[in-house]
Design a protein around this ligand. Structure first.
Ligand SMILES: NS(=O)(=O)c1cc(-c2ccccc2)cc(-c2ccccc2)c1
Ligand SMILES: [Zn+2]
Length: 263
């Protein structure tokens, strides 16, 4: 598929020309409007398997031109969902250095500073992520809202390496750590709906679980994310800062967002 970006001639309003699903139904992200939420007593706490990775393991931290992503081993899994899902990668969406608003999902119109996505695929049904990515029951993504506040030692375990992946397609190996530490403490309170990849090709293949409770990173950590990275290759004459890499909320049509909490 063609080049795509977050603004200008390759921005999100142009995505459907090369990526037809982006103009289709069940698109993500969405705004969690209070009147569209429905409490579901059958939504239990998310169960994590093998999230506590050994520091003897190494993970690949890379700049894919649209985000910073951390590869994850497939033995890291989610259970307690309709299927068993294996981890593939995690990545981020953020705003700009001056406007700390870059989350993709919003809560009653409120946009958080950034958002982390932990991408899993239905390993109970598909042999690998490529076979799962375009199937309606193929993916499960955990969304975590990020606010600027307290310093976050867990994020620092890989944020400190971002200067090694400033440019597109650069990669570094980082020691693995407990990925559970990146998630909020409350895994029992979340929004749940059927949606899509928020980037091209926008396949409607994602079971979204967005935690209600945000995590915090410090202003210095946020600025490291928002100012260290470029979406262009190292040798390109005009470096393009990687900023505002978030898609705006999409139409709900007649979808309902289920919530695991009542108050
Ligand atoms: N935002 S997201 O969660 O819907 C998402 C999922 C996946 C994804 C990754 C592996 C398998 C399947 C889906 C890839 C991206 C992505 C972000 C930046 C640049 C390119 C791709 C984004
Ligand atoms: Zn994402």
């Amino acid at each position: 598929g063609g080049k795509w970006g977050y603004n200008g001639p390759n921005g999100e309003h142009h995505w459907p020309k090369h990526f037809p699903y982006c103009g289709g139904a069940f698109q993500s992200p969405v705004n969690f409007q209070p009147e569209l939420l429905r409490y579901d007593p059958n939504l239990f706490a998310i169960q994590l398997q093998n999230y506590n990775l050994s520091s003897r393991e190494q993970l690949t931290l890379s700049n894919n031109g649209h985000s910073v992503q951390l590869s994850l081993p497939s033995y890291m899994q989610l259970t307690g969902l309709p299927h068993r899902y294996s981890a593939a990668q995690l990545h981020f969406h953020w705003g700009t250095q001056n406007v700390q608003a870059g989350s993709e999902h919003t809560v009653n119109g409120k946009q958080f500073a950034a958002e982390m996505h932990v991408v899993h695929f239905n390993s109970g049904k598909y042999p690998n992520i490529s076979m799962a990515v375009d199937k309606s029951d193929g993916l499960a993504v955990l969304g975590v809202f990020i606010e600027v506040g307290e310093f976050n030692p867990a994020f620092e375990k890989f944020f400190k390496y971002v200067n090694g992946i400033k440019y597109r397609d650069q990669k570094v190996q980082v020691p693995a750590f407990n990925i559970r530490e990146l998630l909020p403490s409350r895994l029992d309170e979340y929004y749940r709906y059927d949606g899509s990849l928020t980037t091209p090709p926008c396949f409607p293949s994602v079971l979204w679980t967005v935690f209600r409770q945000p995590v915090t990173i410090s202003l210095r950590q946020y600025l490291a994310l928002a100012t260290a990275l470029y979406s262009s290759h190292a040798q390109e004459v005009a470096p393009m800062p990687m900023l505002g890499n978030y898609r705006k909320p999409q139409l709900m049509d007649n979808r309902v967002v289920l919530v695991s909490f009542q108050d």
